[in-house]
Design a protein around this ligand. Structure first.
Ligand code: NAP
Length: 251
């Protein structure tokens, strides 16, 4: 039996996922640096102090997810923490559009269903698929934790308030994918309540990463704070919550 706790972070080859991986490695975890491209994962793992190992995992590819779970089972035999951080804001097809153009072209009345499906495939179904594949290992761990990296832009409560500043950009693609992810988080937490596995959603806050063309205002260290806190909560910690570093967020 591997003697250190093991964490898998999806989308850990850059951005907030990479920072979460660094911080869990610093807390003595063996960290599996999930990356859809093995080479990028290998390169990222080399930047991490501690026991960090690249793991190829494309969250939209069932065969890749199954192979990753199999590899963890065979090579390590243990998984204590799963951080679902991989996500996309939009597809490559619309990568050239400005935020204003993108918001306009993805209003519910005109949004391309291909765009909608592709973003939900990664941000929602990918999380469910990876969690399902990793659960047999997580169930064997003494105190497993699942953290879904969500976003305040998915909060229905906040977006229902006419005074909420980001309301005009609430749309059916990325924001609604995070609303759906929140729903999945709560459903998973409810199912797993009796097992001791805690499942929580964390909003990192507007962080300077590739996801927003590095326009975010926070550092990755600030963005990783809440996901890392939730990955490390003890037996008295919460399950089925949505929060950022400042505290609870409304669903
Ligand atoms: P990022 O730097 O763009 O990182 C996203 C990561 O997800 C990359 O490693 C990317 O891999 C990976 N990824 C995308 N599709 C994948 C797939 N099919 N399979 C596996 N990996 C995939 O963005 P980030 O800002 O760090 O985002 C991390 C999380 O924070 C996301 O869940 C995001 O929604 C959330 N978030 C971010 C902000 C923010 O302001 N940055 C705010 C709220 C929430 P490649 O390198 O191969 O593309």
């Amino acid at each position: 039996m591997h003697d250190k706790p093991v964490a898998l972070v999806t989308g850990a080859n850059q951005g907030i996922g990479l920072q979460i991986a660094k911080e869990l490695a610093a807390k003595n975890f063996t960290v599996l640096v999930g990356s859809r491209d093995y080479g990028r994962g290998e390169k990222a793992a080399k930047t991490i102090d501690g026991d960090a190992r690249p793991l190829q995992i494309d969250v939209t590819d069932q065969a890749s997810i199954a192979a990753a779970a199999e590899r963890i089972r065979k090579e390590i035999g243990r998984l204590d923490v799963l951080v679902n951080s991989a996500a996309i804001a939009r597809t490559g097809r619309l990568s050239g559009a400005t935020v204003e153009e993108y918001v306009k072209s993805t209003r519910p009345s005109v949004v391309s269903l291909d765009e909608l499906r592709a973003v939900f495939e990664t941000n929602v179904f990918g999380v469910v698929a990876v969690t399902q594949a990793m659960l047999p290992l997580l169930r064997e761990a003494p105190a497993a934790r699942i953290v879904n990296v969500s976003s305040g832009v998915g909060s229905l409560t906040q977006n229902s308030d006419p005074a909420y500043p980001h309301r005009p950009i609430f749309g059916p693609v990325y924001p609604a994918s995070k609303t759906a992810l929140n729903a999945m988080t709560l459903a998973m937490a409810i199912e797993l309540e009796s097992t001791g596995i805690k499942v929580n959603a964390a909003c990192p806050g507007f962080t300077k990463t590739n996801l927003n063309n590095y326009t975010g205002t926070q550092t990755v260290e600030e963005g990783a704070r809440e996901p890392v806190r939730l990955a490390l909560i003890g037996p008295d910690g919460p399950t089925g919550t949505f929060s950022n570093a400042a505290g609870p967020l409304p669903w």
